[in-house]
Design a protein around this ligand. Structure first.
Ligand code: NCD
Ligand code: ZN
Length: 362
């Protein structure tokens, strides 16, 4: 990353005013996103495609992505919605015990890069999740052979949501021991214990970190009022957990990389007596990250976290082009169609400059 006019930036900071300063960033990737389907997909997917070169698209659609044919038609739907951008969706499928070896091979041939394991009932559209990890041993063996990544929603079903991740972590010892070559991602890690576990396990294990887990604790979700647009799984936890996540994201440890978990739900489903879990962060994720990393005096750690470590873990080439983050006092829109984005109505101090995404120059 290059600070083009960092002296000016410093000066402006001292003046406590934000002026036109830029940060160039190798075009980032988002290694965990929910695009949904139909009209909602058409609304949300371009927000990701406008900023990110690639995104790992979660399969918990309705109906779910469970076969080569559903994967191919879903990818086409995404590519149509994002056709004005140079964007590559990285496709995943949902793992379920009856998935046959033939279908798994077909999924690989159709371009799947990862399979997602959802424990039964832990999050949006996981009523068809798996109740016993050992029931999918045969699938994981074949995924290891086919070099398909295993993405894990690491929450234990039917326990307190504050303990759900911590109580799931024991399963990773079994996974690593039984499938030593399988690449495994702890998705949206949300606890200090999760971070410590990932650090201690072999290089085959990495973790995505969302932007909202770097910003929020449980008190931001429930304090004087209940904030439905900040409700998500795993639930943001304590200050200690948030600090461990910030440290991991800025540490330069390549096991930790960005996955937004942008998970849009219509306002009517969020502002509801049974509020759906998920935060729509795609439009503001990079601006939020720039603010967080700058405030921690770690802006140089942003590019590896967003644009290098994830691609390296997945064995993909780094993106060639760049994006530019620009300082601004512009506010994040309060609503986008029937959705409320992360940091709605707030000024983050940064935005992605949309007309400058030319070839990387540094
Ligand atoms: C996600 C969704 O809505 O699909 N929700 C969420 O709170 N993160 C599912 C998930 O990743 O858990
Ligand atoms: Zn998710």
């Amino acid at each position: 990353m290059t600070l083009i006019n960092d002296n000016l930036l410093l000066l402006r900071r001292q003046e406590k005013s934000f002026s036109m300063s830029f940060v160039t960033l190798r075009r980032p990737d988002d290694f965990h996103v929910h695009f949904r389907e139909g009209k909602l997909l058409q609304t949300v997917a371009p927000y990701t495609a406008a900023h990110f070169g690639r995104a790992l698209v979660m399969p918990n659609t309705s109906p779910p992505v469970v076969s080569a044919s559903t994967l191919s038609s879903y990818r086409l739907e995404i590519m149509m919605a994002c056709r004005t951008y140079s964007f590559e969706p990285l496709m995943t499928f949902k793992i379920y015990p009856a998935l046959s070896a033939a279908e798994l091979k077909a999924l690989k041939l159709a371009g799947a890069v990862a399979g997602k394991f959802y424990p039964l009932g832990v999050t949006t559209n996981s009523g068809d999740g798996v109740s016993d990890l050992k029931a999918i041993t045969h699938i994981l063996l074949l995924m290891e052979e086919l070099d398909l990544v295993l993405c894990v929603h690491a929450e234990q079903p039917e326990v307190s949501s504050l303990s759900a991740e911590r109580l799931f972590l024991k399963h990773f010892y079994w996974l690593v021991e039984t499938f030593p070559k399988l690449k495994i991602v702890v998705e949206h890690v949300s606890t200090a214990e999760g971070v410590a576990l990932v650090e201690s396990l072999p290089p085959t294990v990495g973790a995505t970190i969302t932007v909202h887990h770097l910003m929020l604790t449980l008190d931001d979700v429930i304090n004087d009022f209940l904030h439905p647009h900040l409700f998500c799984k795993p639930i943001p936890k304590t200050t200690k957990d948030k600090e461990a996540l910030l440290e991991a994201a800025m540490s330069g440890n390549s096991k930790f990389f960005f996955g937004s978990d942008s998970a849009p739900h219509d306002r009517s489903k969020k502002e509801n007596h049974q509020c759906a879990a998920g935060i729509f962060s795609a439009p503001s994720a990079l601006a939020c990250l720039a603010k967080i990393f700058e405030e921690a005096d770690s802006i140089a750690a942003l590019e590896p976290f967003t644009s290098e470590f994830g691609a390296q873990f997945y064995g993909l080439p780094l993106n060639e082009s760049s994006i530019y983050l620009e300082q601004t006092d512009e506010k994040v829109p309060r609503t986008i169609e029937k959705l409320v984005p992360l940091a709605a109505g707030k000024s983050l101090g940064w935005r992605v400059a949309d007309d400058l995404s030319a070839q990387r120059t540094s």
